[in-house]
Design a protein around this ligand. Structure first.
Ligand code: ZN
Length: 333
């Protein structure tokens, strides 16, 4: 069902074509769109979703840990330690200027393969980015591809956020997208299996998905970090997709560098001491990541990777668990 358009939607960051594909995140019925609100058309639901600076806040509050109010200026409720959070955010943005501990040697190639797989679809394609408030690692070239219309969503408002939504309840009609990118997001959701079901639902037949998820990586994002996936665990998660290619997204060098930093962080508690320990770790451990240029595609790296990736195509076949275990290609064969 299509959303009903009215004057005011020109202020939206999403294109008019995607407005017609929006669905209520609570009941999946169509939305009525006006200048400052979107409202579910179902009389049984009638949930209202505000627009904040042209960004619709399309959250199902019954299932999400996030609240709509938290995105509305002056109405935020969940913020018991606002000052601490602000300091932490400043600290983490400062760390971006230090020599990085992480590296993702495969991601640029993987996005190129994503574009190749997508190009088999004729004409302009529509790609959903889940967790797209900023450009993901290795995605810089893809995002400039004018053959693709991107719909960049996130659970936070960043420089590229067009819409706030939760991956557990994607607010789109079924079969809306030709491709979906979900990079470094699925560790931050409570039910990744449900999120992948949603990805499956909103992808067109034979649509392309690209996912990256940590494996040997410590907690980041404090209370919003829950799960890790081995290579086979990731293949099981995407068992309703035909694999194009999969493997390590960050190698054992990156995993070791992160372990080193978090080992040091275990000794300290205060924000200042944690910042100093992090700075020390970055300046003394950054070089470990360079081993990954050599290691990342070796079998042993799959047992010790920092993260893993999956590029696949929506399929009507499901990978059985017996066939899944035949796909082990780590170092212990
Ligand atoms: Zn509804």
């Amino acid at each position: 069902m299509s959303a009903v358009e009215s004057p005011g939607i020109s202020a939206l960051r999403i294109g008019a074509d995607i407005v017609g594909k929006l669905a209520c995140p609570c009941c999946k019925m169509s939305l009525v769109v006006s200048a400052d609100v979107m409202e579910c058309s179902s009389q049984d639901c009638l949930t209202r979703f505000p627009l904040v600076d042209g960004i619709p806040i399309l959250l199902n509050e019954k299932s999400s840990v996030f609240s709509i109010k938290d995105f509305v200026p002056g109405e935020a409720t969940f913020n018991p330690r606002a000052k601490a959070r602000l300091i932490r955010r400043l600290v983490y943005s400062f760390l971006n200027y230090l020599p990085a501990l992480g590296n993702n040697p495969n991601s640029r190639r993987n996005y190129s393969l994503f574009a190749d797989a997508l190009s088999k679809t004729s004409g302009k394609t529509r790609v959903l980015v889940v967790g797209g408030s900023i450009v993901g690692k290795g995605m810089e070239q893809l995002i400039e591809d004018d053959r693709i219309d991107f719909v960049e969503t996130d659970i936070s408002i960043g420089p590229r956020t067009m819409m706030v939504c939760d991956a557990h309840d994607l607010p789109f009609e079924a079969e809306t997208f030709d491709g979906i990118i979900i990079q470094a997001v699925l560790e931050h959701v409570l039910d990744p299996f449900r999120c992948v079901e949603e990805i499956y639902r909103v992808l067109k037949a034979n649509g392309i998905v690209y996912a990256e998820i940590p494996f040997m990586q410590q907690v980041h994002g404090n209370r919003y970090d829950y799960l890790r996936f081995s290579h086979l665990g990731l293949l099981r998660l995407f068992r309703k997709f035909e694999e194009i290619v999969s493997g390590a997204a960050g190698g054992p060098g990156m995993a070791l560098a992160w372990s080193y930093r978090y080992f040091l962080l275990s000794f300290v508690k205060s924000t200042k001491a944690r910042l100093l320990a992090s700075i020390f770790a970055h300046f003394t451990g950054f070089w470990l990541k360079y081993f990954d240029y050599f290691l990342v595609n070796r079998p042993g790296a799959l047992d010790a990777s920092s993260g893993n990736f999956f590029l696949g195509r929506k399929s009507s076949a499901v990978l059985s668990d017996r066939d899944l275990i035949k796909k082990y290609k780590g170092g212990d064969v």
